[in-house]
Design a protein. Structure first.
Length: 105
């Protein structure tokens, strides 16, 4: 697992309407000062079931990165290697829960 404030590479779980799908992800985030929020995006590693579901129209899910809260995500068309684009706005899913961050101070 690799993480810093702007990037994350490692395990995650996508919660779909019919169950959980463990995936490996590569994500990055940047802060949009005009909007006052983060935008983040990345891709999952190849996953046949996920590729099939997104190819059939699935576009919403939640993601859980170990140690962080569940976060809503948008899913986009599969790439040529079988990965799925994952994106969202607000606090990136690999940031620790706010209470945990406050306790660390």
């Amino acid at each position: 697992m690799s993480t810093d404030e702007e990037e994350y590479r490692g395990p995650a779980t996508l919660q779909l309407d019919d169950g959980a799908v463990p995936v490996e992800i590569r994500m990055s985030a940047h802060f949009e000062p005009v909007e006052g929020r983060f935008r983040w995006a990345g891709r999952s590693g190849p996953h046949d079931v996920l590729r099939e579901r997104v190819g059939s129209g699935l576009r919403k899910a939640t993601i859980v990165v170990p140690g962080s809260p569940e976060t809503a995500v948008k899913l986009s068309d599969p790439d040529p290697w079988g990965g799925i684009r994952i994106s969202g706005t607000g606090t990136p899913p690999w940031f620790p829960a706010r209470q945990e961050a406050a306790d660390a101070r």
